[in-house]
Design a protein around this ligand. Structure first.
Ligand code: HEC
Ligand code: HEC
Ligand code: HEC
Ligand code: HEC
Ligand code: HEC
Ligand code: HEC
Ligand code: HEC
Length: 681
C-alpha cells in the first residue's frame, strides 16, 4: 500500500513545509562581518579589583549579580539532580542526572510499547541565574553557541523543576533556544570576543572561557586607567577620573547604571529596545549616556498592557511610583549593590529608607507597622515567568486586590500589533523609532514609511545594517522586489554583510535565479561557515537546480554540525526519499523528530516512512502525534485512517477520514473520498 496521499512524492510536501523565502526567523540571526568593532576598551582584567578592594569584592561575590552566571558546579545550585519531570502539554519526560560531577538533561517520550522513544541527552555546561529566584541550564555546542535547555529550577516551595518561560505548549523549542548576545548582556560580565562581531545580528558564538558573573566594570566602566593610577601612586583625582563612581553621578545617570540591565518594558517581541545602529551589543560602557547606546520602547497606552508586571520590571515599575516621580530616589536609596540584602535584613534596610522620607505616615495600619514592604511593595507572580514571584517596585497606597502570588497560566503570546511607543528616552531618534515599529512586525505599514524616510535622511551613513533591516521589513510586508533592492543596497555598502547575504541568497533562489542565489549563499557560508540554516537554503537551491548529490552532501554536513536543526533533517529526508534511499530517509526523519518532537511535519514524514517500512505500530503512534500537534493536518488524518482500516478498526478510521475529507489540500481530500468509498463513511 502507498501510504502517502495520492502518491504525491513525499519530497514536494515536505519541502513545501519549509519556508524558502527570505527568512526573518528569530532562530537564525545573522552576522555582520566587516562592521567596525567598538574600539578596544580600556578595561582592566576583571580579577584586578579584588586586590585593592577586597571587602567589596568578597561581599559582591555573594550577591545574585556576582553569581548570575557560572560554569556548572554542584556547589552553585540547589537543584536536585536525581529529578524527573513530566511535561504534560508536550508529553515529554525529562530526567536530570549527575555522572562524575557532570550534569545531563535527558528527554524521552513513552513510546507505543511503553519503552523510551526519541531519547536525547545533552550535557549541562553553564548555569544562568544565581538561584535566588531561578536557574536555567545551558549547553555549549561545538560551534560555540549556548543553548538553553527546556527545563529550569525554581526555588519556591523548597525548589522544583518546571519548564522555561514560553515552553508550556506542545511545540516548544525543546533543546533549540539560543542564548543571544542580548540575554548575555544583562546576565553576565562582558565576554572576551577577541574582535568577533558583537552586532545583535551576529550569530551568538561564545569563546571557550566565559566570565563567572557580573563584574565591577559593568557598573564602574572601563577602569584600566584607574588601576594604572592606583599602582603608580597618582593623585586622588587621577584615581577618580579613571573610574565611574555612581555616587558622583547625577540621579538620572545613576539610575542608568542599573537600568542597562533592569529596564525591560516587556520580554515579549515588541521589541523592548533597539540598540543604536552601528553599536555592538557589548560596546556600552557604564557611565556613558544610555541613549547613545540604546532606546527603549513599550506597548502603546490603552492596548491592554498598562498594568503589566514582568520579571525584569524593577526600574519600569519603580519609575511609575509617586515616590520616584516626586523625589530624587534611585535604586541605591534602598539597595547597596555590593551586598544586596535579602529577607529580614532587606526589609529592615528598605523600611529605614521609607521612613527617612515618610517619618510617620498617618492611619492605624501604620501604628504597629514593623516594615513597609508587605503592603506597599508586595511580592507578585510575574506574567512572563509564571514560576517566579518578584517585589512590585511600583510603590502604591494599596496593592491591586486579590491573591497576587496565586498560580497563573502563561499569558497568551499572540504577537502585539499596534503602535510601539517610545519609552526612554521620551524622544528617541527617527531611526530607532522606525526600527522599533518594524522589527517584530508590530506596526509594519506605518513603520516602513518611517524607516524609508529615516534612512533617506541619513544617506549612506546609515550603513548596511539599516538596509538589511529595511529588507527584512519588506519581507514581512511581502514586498519581494523591494526586498531584493534593499538587500542589494546593503551588500553594496558591505559586501560581507552575512545576514544580507543569507536573506538575499534565499530570496534569489526562491525566485528561481539559481546561479546567482547559490553564489550569494556560498559567500555567506564562506564568511560564516557551519551555519545550518544557510546550508539548508543552499541545498534547497541545489535541489531545484537538479544537483541532488551536492544537496545531499551539504545537508549531511549541516546535520552533523547542527544535530538540532529540524529543517535540515527534513530536507535531507526528502532528498534521500526522492533518490530512492528509503532507509536513509527513515533515519533522517527519525533525526528530525528527535531534534524537533514538536514538529508535526517531522512526525508525519517519519510516520509515512515507518509505514512504508512495515513498522505499523510505530507509524500509527507517530501519525497520532502529528495529528495531535496539528489537528487540521489532513495528510496525517488520512494516514491514520489507512493504518487503522488495515487493522480493521473501521470506527476510528472513519473518525480520522472525516477530518481528512475536510482537508483544504485537494489531493488529500480526493484520496480520502476514494477510501471513504471503499470502507464506507
Ligand atoms: C592598585 C590598587 C587598586 C586597584 C587594582 C583598584 N583600585 Fe579602585 N581604588 C583604589 C584606591 C586607592 C582608591 C581611592 C581610595 C578610596 O576612596 O577607597 C580607589 C577608589 C575606587 C573607586 C571610587 C572612586 C571615587 O570616585 O571615589 C571605585 C569606584 C573603584 N576604586 C573601583 C575599582 C574597580 C572597578 C577596580 C578594578 C577594575 C579597581 N577599583 C581596582 C585602588 C585600587
Ligand atoms: C534587559 C535585560 C535582560 C534581558 C535582555 C534578559 N534578561 Fe533575563 N533577567 C533580567 C533580570 C533583571 C532578571 C531578574 C533578576 C532577579 O532575579 O532579580 C532576569 C531573570 C531571568 C531568569 C531567572 C533567573 C534569574 O537570574 O533571576 C532567567 C532564567 C533569565 N532571566 C533568562 C534570560 C534569557 C534566556 C534571556 C534572553 C532570551 C534573558 N533573560 C534576557 C534581565 C534581562
Ligand atoms: C550587567 C547587568 C546588571 C547591572 C548593570 C545591574 N544589575 Fe542588578 N541584577 C542583574 C541580574 C541578571 C540579576 C539577577 C541575578 C541572579 O540572581 O541571577 C540582578 C539582581 C539584582 C538584585 C537582586 C539581588 C540578589 O542578590 O538576589 C538587586 C537588588 C539588583 N540587581 C540591584 C541592582 C542595582 C541597584 C543596580 C545598579 C547599581 C544593578 N542591579 C545593576 C543584572 C544587573
Ligand atoms: C551592580 C553595580 C555595581 C557593581 C557590579 C559594583 N559596584 Fe561598586 N558601586 C556601585 C554603586 C552604585 C556605588 C556607589 C554607592 C553609593 O551611592 O554610595 C559603588 C561604589 C563603589 C566604590 C566607592 C566606595 C564605596 O565603598 O562605595 C568602590 C571602591 C567600588 N564601588 C568598588 C567596586 C568593586 C571593586 C566592585 C567589584 C567587586 C564593584 N564595585 C561592583 C555599583 C556597583
Ligand atoms: C526619597 C524619598 C522617598 C522614599 C525613600 C520613599 N518615598 Fe514614598 N513618596 C515620596 C514622595 C515625595 C511621595 C509623594 C508624596 C505626595 O505626593 O504627597 C511619596 C508617595 C508615597 C505613597 C503614596 C503613593 C500614591 O500613589 O499616592 C506611598 C504609599 C509611599 N510613598 C510609600 C513609601 C514606602 C512604603 C516606601 C519604602 C518602600 C517609600 N514610600 C519610600 C518619597 C519617598
Ligand atoms: C523603595 C525601596 C526600593 C527601591 C528604590 C528599589 N528597590 Fe529593589 N527591592 C526593594 C525591596 C524591599 C526588595 C525585596 C528584598 C528582599 O526581600 O529580598 C527589592 C528587591 C529587588 C530585586 C530582587 C527581585 C525581587 O523583586 O524580589 C531586584 C532585582 C531589585 N530590587 C532591583 C531594583 C532596581 C534595579 C532598582 C532601581 C530601579 C530598585 N530595586 C529600587 C526595595 C527597593
Ligand atoms: C498593613 C499594611 C501596611 C503597612 C505594613 C504599611 N502601610 Fe502604608 N498604607 C497602608 C494603606 C492601606 C494605606 C492607604 C491609606 C489610605 O488610602 O487611606 C497606606 C498609606 C501610606 C502612605 C500614604 C498616606 C500618607 O500618610 O501620606 C504612606 C506614605 C505610607 N503608607 C507609608 C508607609 C510606610 C513608610 C510604612 C512602613 C513604616 C507603611 N506604610 C507600612 C498600609 C500599610
Amino acid at each position: 500500500m502507498v501510504y502517502h496521499a495520492g502518491m504525491r512524492p513525499l519530497a514536494a510536501t515536505v519541502l513545501l513545509a519549509i519556508p524558502m523565502a527570505v527568512s526573518c526567523s528569530r532562530e537564525t540571526p545573522g552576522e555582520s562581518a566587516g562592521r567596525p568593532i567598538a574600539k578596544p576598551a580600556a578595561y582592566a582584567p576583571r580579577e584586578s579589583c579584588a586586590g585593592c578592594h577586597p571587602a567589596i569584592a568578597k561581599s559582591f561575590a555573594q550577591t545574585g549579580m556576582g553569581r548570575a552566571f557560572s560554569e556548572f558546579r554542584t556547589d552553585r545550585t540547589t537543584a536536585r539532580f536525581e529529578g524527573r519531570f513530566y511535561h504534560k502539554a508536550s508529553g515529554r519526560h525529562y530526567t536530570m542526572t549527575l555522572r562524575d560531577g557532570t550534569a545531563y538533561l535527558r528527554r524521552h517520550e513513552a513510546g507505543p510499547d511503553g519503552k523510551p522513544r526519541h531519547v536525547l541527552e545533552k550535557r549541562i555546561d553553564y548555569i544562568l541565574g544565581s538561584g535566588h529566584k531561578a536557574q536555567t541550564f545551558l549547553h555549549r555546542t561545538p560551534r560555540g553557541e549556548l543553548l538553553e535547555l527546556p527545563v529550569a529550577w525554581y526555588v519556591e516551595r523548597g525548589g522544583y523543576w518546571a519548564m522555561n518561560p514560553n515552553y508550556d505548549r506542545p511545540d516548544h523549542d525543546e533543546f533549540r533556544r539560543r542564548i543571544s548576545y542580548d540575554c548575555f548582556f544583562c546576565h553576565n560580565a562582558y565576554p572576551e570576543l577577541s574582535g568577533r562581531d558583537d552586532s545583535f545580528l551576529a550569530d551568538a558564538i561564545y569563546p571557550e572561557k566565559l566570565p563567572g558573573g557580573i563584574d565591577c566594570q559593568r557598573c564602574h566602566g572601563p577602569a584600566a586607567a584607574h588601576v594604572e593610577a592606583a599602582r603608580s601612586g597618582a593623585s586622588p583625582e587621577a584615581l577618580r577620573n579613571g573610574v565611574v563612581n555612581p555616587a558622583r553621578l547625577d540621579r538620572d545617570a545613576r539610575m542608568e547604571i542599573c537600568m542597562q540591565c533592569h529596564l525591560q518594558s516587556t520580554s515579549r517581541d515588541l521589541p523592548h529596545a533597539v540598540i543604536q545602529p552601528g553599536r555592538g551589543v557589548f560596546s556600552h560602557r557604564a557611565g556613558e549616556p544610555l541613549s547613545n547606546y540604546i532606546a527603549y520602547f513599550d506597548h502603546a497606552p490603552g492596548t491592554g498592557f498598562d498594568g503589566k508586571f514582568e520579571i525584569a520590571h524593577a526600574a519600569y515599575r519603580l519609575r511609575q511610583s509617586k515616590c520616584f516621580t516626586s523625589s530624587r530616589m534611585d535604586c541605591t536609596t534602598c539597595h547597596d549593590p555590593h551586598s544586596v540584602k535579602r529577607g529580614q535584613a532587606a526589609l529592615a534596610e528598605t523600611t529605614a529608607a521609607c521612613v527617612k522620607c515618610h517619618a510617620s505616615p498617618a492611619g492605624k495600619m501604620h501604628a504597629s507597622a514593623a516594615e513597609c514592604v508587605s503592603c506597599h511593595m508586595p511580592l507578585r507572580r510575574t506574567e512572563d515567568v509564571v514560576e517566579v514571584v518578584m517585589h512590585d517596585h511600583r510603590i502604591v497606597r494599596r496593592p491591586p486586590p486579590g491573591n497576587l502570588i496565586a498560580p497563573r497560566k502563561e499569558r497568551d503570546r499572540t504577537p502585539y500589533r499596534g503602535k510601539v511607543a517610545a519609552y526612554y528616552p521620551a524622544k528617541p531618534g527617527a531611526l530607532p523609532f522606525a526600527l522599533a515599529q518594524v522589527r517584530a512586525g508590530a506596526n509594519l505599514a506605518a513603520g516602513l514609511t518611517a524607516l524609508e524616510a529615516a534612512i533617506l535622511a541619513q544617506g549612506e551613513k546609515c550603513g548596511a545594517d539599516c538596509y538589511y533591516d529595511l529588507a527584512e521589513a519588506y519581507g514581512k510586508a511581502g514586498r519581494a522586489s523591494d526586498v531584493a533592492r534593499a538587500a542589494a543596497k546593503a551588500l553594496e555598502l558591505n559586501p560581507r554583510h552575512v545576514p544580507a547575504l543569507r536573506s538575499y541568497g534565499a530570496y534569489l533562489s526562491a525566485k528561481g535565479d539559481l546561479a546567482h542565489g547559490a553564489a550569494t549563499l556560498e559567500r555567506a557560508l564562506a564568511e560564516s561557515p557551519g551555519h545550518a540554516r544557510t546550508m539548508h537554503d543552499l541545498a534547497a537551491n541545489y535541489l531545484r537546480g537538479g544537483r541532488r548529490a551536492d544537496a545531499i552532501r551539504l545537508l549531511r554536513g549541516a546535520s552533523a554540525i547542527d544535530p538540532d536543526a529540524v529543517e535540515v533533517h527534513l530536507a535531507l529526508a526528502a532528498a534521500l526519499n526522492s533518490s530512492g534511499d528509503a532507509p536513509g530517509a527513515l533515519a533522517a526523519f527519525e533525526q528530525a523528530v528527535r531534534a524537533g518532537p514538536g514538529s508535526a511535519a517531522a512526525r508525519y514524514g517519519f510516520a509515512v516512512t515507518l509505514a512504508q517500512a512495515g513498522r505499523k505500530a510505530e507509524a500509527l503512534w507517530e501519525a497520532e502525534s502529528a495529528a495531535r500537534l496539528d489537528p487540521a493536518r489532513g495528510d496525517a488524518r488520512l494516514l491514520l485512517a489507512m493504518l487503522l482500516a488495515e487493522q480493521g478498526d473501521l470506527g476510528r478510521a472513519r473518525l480520522h477520514l472525516n477530518r481528512a475529507l475536510l482537508s483544504k489540500d485537494a489531493v488529500v481530500a480526493a484520496r480520502a473520498r476514494e477510501i471513504a468509498a471503499a470502507i464506507g463513511r
